[in-house]
Design a protein around this ligand. Sequence first.
Ligand SMILES: *Cc1c(COP(=O)(O)O)cnc(C)c1O
Length: 423
Amino acid sequence: MRPPSVDALARSRADSHLPHPLLVEAARSAIADGAHEQFDAYVERVERRLLSRVINATGVLLHTNMGRAPLATNRNAGYTNLELDLDTGARGSRQERAGLLLAKACGAEAAIVVNNCASAVMLGLAAVAKGSGVPVSRGELVEIGGGFRVPEVLEQSGCRLVEVGTTNRTRLADFERAIAENQDIAAVLKVHPSNYRIEGFQQSVGVKALSTLGVPLIVDLGSGLLDEACPWLEGGRPGWLLDEPAVRQTLDQGADLVMFSGDKLLGGPQSGIIAGRAEMVERCARHPLMRTFRPGDLVIGALQDVALAYLRRDGDAIPFWAMATIPQPVLSRRAEAIVAASGIGMVVDSEATPGGGSLPTATIASAAIEIAGDHSTELRDHTTPIIARVHEGRTLLDLRTIDPADDAIITSALAASRLEGLA
Ligand SMILES: *Cc1c(COP(=O)(O)O)cnc(C)c1O
């Protein structure tokens, strides 16, 4: 029997949500593979390559593969007053929305928003120290992941790296000498090593000491904890934050500019924030790179919601903080209910992690559903893909990162599965 025509095969799935050209492409592949009878699988593969919602059951709260901080946003993409001053009818600044509010929330004179922390660091360095020397401790010349390497970012921003101290120990005197020996120092850069930790015989120079050097101090804080005291959490600062530094205190201790991600511990959309002294933030805002790095109104709107929640001290309105602070017994009870309803798995204690390249050693007490064997592929194949963790031949679904509204999906996915030898 002759295979159907490409067009007929494509039209046979006109009921799918895929536009015709994508169905045609899938039909061509299926026919070329001699597999037109499995066309549904080809269509599904195309659908699964589109950006879509997944359930994060890994227990890693800020998972880069799943868009870091979870965010509930329901913004209309119609016209906005993005750069319109509604009082005068004249042109306004997009930075007077989320930027202004975040500055208030962290006690900075001013703040602006760019696409991510990498662009924030590059812009800050270019605006303040382009063509000049910038001393950095050798212990902080790190790679953060995804190719963010401090020496390369410095070079791209047009600055000259002046290495200071050693990998494990750097003292204030090392910076003083670097400034005395180089005539072109325009700023000092301090980088939070984030996913990397030196233990044992080590020493580094704090923000307070660095701010006495008489040159502008730029701090790449990365993870973006807004305030050490976490006033937006009813229970105050959680223990798992360990000694994670915060934006407000870094500024209080004398940093001139602080850069941080919007989608790590801040719990917002992918973005980067530059906060600090008004005059230096203004230099960043006026720099030509700003045009390249500025986000649009969807991001600014989502970040504005997050900033308003911080100002209201309402951590529960920020999904990341709501998930991170649910008491462990509540998670155990939810896991028990899912196991009872689906007849699959057993409840075990678990350790969730903040993730996002911050706090590499921190864990948050959690509860998980444990199933013998590796079922990660079947779970990923579910209509709403469920991303699980596999450890020593067992599949773990960690409740810490699962939205309670999705418990029913987990229950039916487990009940419908014929996970071998389990029920
Ligand atoms: C994560 C991180 C970055 C990069 O942040 P993005 O928002 O992903 O660009 C830069 N610096 C530090 C210290 C970080 O932790």
